[in-house]
Design a binder for this molecule. Structure first.
Ligand code: PEP
Length: 252
């Protein structure tokens, strides 16, 4: 049985005080849902992680980081290592969000190194992939998503890939209010699962959670999350407000 995961990526939003407020509200509101429906993950900015980790310690809500370096330590000013995250008790780390691919020039090859570093430290990577608007309009969505998954992940063994969570995030749907239709999302999710089956085994491919991300909100979550190959959501905007985030969890 695959695990549903609902992860809120706060990006570079909220002061520490606002972050504590949001995390406290969510902790209070999702007590039952956490156990029954999904693994809930909060992914605040690095600065807030330690405090929020502490605030959530008597709950089942997990934390994640938005990025990490591929080395455990060294002269890399401004970076945060996967070893530091693991030592703090962080569970997940987003690798290859399209904003980092776009604004920080992160390549599939670099992301493959980050995936290794995260796994070596016992973190669960959430590996993001997805096509741009131009790529979709050029009918390249299958080619692009397959190459991102192959180049970022296919050096892993079967045991390792089973520890990775994938997130299909069409770039044209992130923060734009445009959501992929459930058919469009399901098509890519099923396609990527078939690519995973071809490279590994059906059992491995069936065990891997593939999340959808891109303007998921309470109004469209139910339809998206009811698709056979969509195993949860990576939520940006709607995760900044406790009610909309919790409504998404409740729609599973
Ligand atoms: C994201 O940042 O991963 C995301 C899906 O953002 P939004 O929900 O705002 O589109």
């Amino acid at each position: 049985m695959r695990k549903y995961i609902i992860a809120g990526n706060w990006k570079m939003n909220l002061t520490l005080e606002e972050g504590y407020g949001l995390a406290s509200e969510i902790k209070w509101m999702v007590a039952d849902e956490v156990n029954n429906k999904a693994e809930v993950v909060l992914i605040p900015p690095y600065l807030h992680l330690s405090g929020i980790q502490n605030l959530l310690k008597d709950s089942n809500i997990k934390t994640g980081a938005q990025n990490c370096h591929h080395k455990n330590k060294g002269a890399y000013t401004g970076e945060i290592s996967p070893a530091m995250l693991a030592n703090m008790g962080v569970t997940y780390v987003i690798i290859g969000h399209s904003e980092r691919r776009q604004y920080n020039g992160e390549t599939n090859e670099q992301l493959a190194e980050k995936i290794n570093a995260a796994l070596e430290n016992g973190l669960t990577p959430i590996y993001c992939f997805g096509e741009t608007l131009w790529e979709r309009e050029s009918n390249l969505e299958l080619t692009i998503t397959e190459s991102q998954v192959r180049e970022g992940l296919f050096h892993l063994t079967e045991e390792q890939i089973k520890k990775v969570v994938l997130a299909y995030e069409p770039v044209w749907a992130i923060g734009t209010g445009k959501t992929a239709t459930s058919n469009q999302a399901q098509e890519i999710h099923a396609f990527i699962r078939s690519v995973l089956t071809e490279k590994y085994t059906k059992a491995a491919a069936e065990s891997i959670s593939i999340l959808y991300g891109g303007s998921m909100k309470p109004e469209n979550a139910k339809e998206l999350l009811s698709c056979a190959d969509i195993d949860g959501g990576l939520i940006g905007g709607a995760a900044l407000e406790s009610r909309s985030f919790v409504e998404i969890i409740k729609s599973i």
